[in-house]
Design a binder for this molecule. Structure first.
Ligand code: SAH
Length: 275
């Protein structure tokens, strides 16, 4: 990665500014993208993309399109957010029409709000194209209905990520009765999250599913309950990204469990025997 990201902008400034499209790429399966997003990808002069956007989508770019990777890993920001925003402005000022491609939906834990604010402040025109967020993608792929007349009348999306070293979760929200709770970015903190929920009165047998690389052909599913899911996940050696789903809907039909059995079987046949 070059020191100054703006060096990536090779074209001189133009008198007519381009347009920035913040586009949700969907969760993993590259076909889970909207027709509008696909058309914009095919027409873009530049695509600025993240780690979670499926790279196969870049195959649809036109030949002379600039492809700029600004992906982040957990705790390792390959590019600070301010620089990404500046890059978008610089590209637009060169007259380029830019697709800012993000995994899932740009406005669900995607920092889309920050980018839109900056673009608006700088007077750059932008449009947001929604994407299928990980929660709805993983729910569909595992047949876990996020709401259900018999089990859940509400659903919450919560970040399970640590901020300044501590988990800062609205526990009242996570403990709401008759609701489904979906934790994004919570895999590394799964043990702490489940321990705290039990301590705060959530039934230890509350169904819990973890979906890793959901909707992709590498998808893995682990199903258990609040008391045993952390241990099961530890044994399953899941690859990120992974989503945590807590609630009775996990057991609403047997499909998630059957996928979990397949994951366990695959692991048993692929992991070398210990000893
Ligand atoms: N904007 C994205 C979320 C980005 S935050 C969206 O709307 O989906 C990153 C978190 O999203 C990951 O830590 C994980 O919890 C979740 N995630 C993204 N893609 C996923 C996938 N294919 N399977 C499971 N979880 C996923």
């Amino acid at each position: 990665m070059e020191n100054n990201i703006l060096n990536l902008v090779k074209t001189p400034p133009s008198s007519t500014a381009g347009h920035i499209y913040l586009v949700g790429a969907g969760p993993g399966d590259p076909e889970l993208i909207t027709l509008k997003a696909m058309r914009l990808l095919q027409q873009a002069d530049a695509i600025v993309y993240d780690r979670l956007a499926n790279p196969q989508l870049l195959d649809h770019a036109q030949e002379n399109c600039d492809l700029i990777y600004v992906g982040k890993k957990r705790d390792q920001h390959s590019l600070p957010q301010e620089q990404i925003s500046e890059l978008l402005v610089a590209l637009a000022r060169c007259g380029k029409n830019v697709v800012r491609l993000k995994g899932g939906d740009c406005f669900v834990f995607g920092r889309g709000g920050e980018e839109v604010d900056y673009l608006n402040q700088q007077g750059i025109k932008c449009t947001v194209i929604p994407g299928i967020t990980a929660a709805t993608g993983c729910a569909a792929a595992t047949q876990i209905p996020l709401t259900h007349r018999d089990h859940a009348h509400a659903v919450s999306f919560i970040t399970g990520h640590r901020q300044n070293g501590k988990i800062d979760i609205n526990w009242d929200l996570a403990l709401c009765k008759d609701s489904t709770v979906v934790f994004y970015m919570g895999l590394c903190n799964l043990q702490d999250i489940t321990t705290e929920l039990i301590k705060r009165g959530c039934p230890a047998d509350k169904p819990f599913a973890v979906v890793a690389q959901g909707t992709s052909n590498q998808q893995q599913v682990v199903v258990g309950d609040l008391s045993n899911i952390a241990k099961k996940v530890e044994n399953a050696a899941l690859a990120s990204p992974a989503l945590l789903i807590l609630g009775d809907v996990v057991k609403a039909n047997g499909y998630a469990q059957s996928l979990a059995n397949q994951t366990a079987l695959k692991l048993a046949t692929t992991l070398p025997e210990v000893g």
